[in-house]
Design a protein around this ligand. Structure first.
Ligand code: ATR
Length: 281
């Protein structure tokens, strides 16, 4: 078998996915390649997506701006991706096109692999900061993997309320203003930052002040450029444990590769290797 995978999106020329999946193919001892199919938004987008799907490909990833637009092209959508309303991984299973979303589950895997104690205590009080597409995926995945206390804070509270409605009956979710979250930060064992605040070039910015953070908390930021955001540096200065955003890239890809090939490839040293690649940019 010679696997053929691809990525569609725009702009994606700097994507790290070809490197990540190239490593996975080698580690799994499989033949194949992973190519970039940059599709510029235009009136020919549908034709271009169809061309990719008709090219004999085994699976492909989907990124901005096509995570919703891809859905009508598919035969089936996995229930979690359906709940998230977005697909980032498509598998060709004997001619049936199935859509998945590995972003949220990938994120939770990355967090639990760094902090395995979280696997044992799903009643940790989690605070999710932000209510965009990334937050939606992570909220659904936290809920799906059994976390039961997940609050959301966002500049626009209505977006946080919309995500809160996705929770299953056993999950309790309060929505908070950013100011309320700052005041109550000490209530949370896990704090996850999903907004774009603090991303290059806005590196000096942080979405909230960390004055009330407790030192036993785990603080995570999904931004990976820079690798250590101001948000994470403030958390570290308060004695908290931190979790870097680039690991989400590795684990969402690991899960996609597993869907395509049935093989779960260990991440091992790829975490450090990816850090070096990102530091060189
Ligand atoms: P993504 O798909 O990457 O999650 P998104 O859907 O554009 O991106 O969501 C961006 C998130 O960052 C939102 O939670 C947004 O808050 P609003 O819902 O209030 O827009 C948040 N965000 C972006 N810039 C922000 C800023 N300057 N201050 C506070 N929140 C910000």
């Amino acid at each position: 078998m010679n696997y053929r995978f691809s990525l569609i999106g725009y702009p994606i020329n700097h994507s790290l996915s070809p490197w990540i999946h190239g490593q996975f193919l080698m580690k799994a001892d499989l033949q194949g390649n992973y190519t970039i199919n940059e599709i510029e938004p235009s009136k020919y987008v549908e034709n271009k997506i169809k061309t990719v799907m008709e090219s004999g490909i085994h699976g492909f990833n989907v990124t901005v701006p096509y995570k919703q637009k891809i859905i009508p092209f598919l035969d089936e959508v996995d229930p979690l991706a359906d709940k998230m309303g977005a697909v980032n991984t498509v598998a060709n299973k004997n001619g049936t096109w199935i859509g998945y979303n590995t972003d949220g589950i990938g994120y939770v895997r990355s967090l639990e692999s760094k902090y395995p104690e979280l696997l044992l205590d799903k009643s940790q009080h989690v605070l999710l900061i932000g209510a965009g597409g990334a937050a939606r995926g992570i909220y659904s995945a936290l809920d799906h993997t059994g976390f039961t206390r997940i609050d959301i804070t966002n500049r626009t509270k209505e977006s946080a309320n919309e995500i809160a409605r996705l929770g299953s009956p056993q999950t309790t979710t309060k929505t908070l203003s950013l100011q309320e979250a700052e005041n109550k930060l000490g209530d949370y064992g896990v704090i996850i930052q999903t907004t774009s605040v603090g991303m290059k070039p806005g590196v000096g910015q942080s979405i909230i002040k960390m004055d009330n953070l407790k030192s036993t908390s785990i603080v995570s930021d999904i931004i990976y450029q820079p690798l250590k955001t101001k948000f994470l540096m403030d958390a570290k200065a308060s004695g908290a444990s931190i979790h870097l955003g680039h690991t989400m890239l590795l684990y969402q890809a690991q899960y996609a590769f597993e869907i395509w090939t049935g093989k779960q490839v260990p991440i091992d040293n790829m975490d450090n290797e990816l850090q070096l690649i990102l530091e060189g940019r």
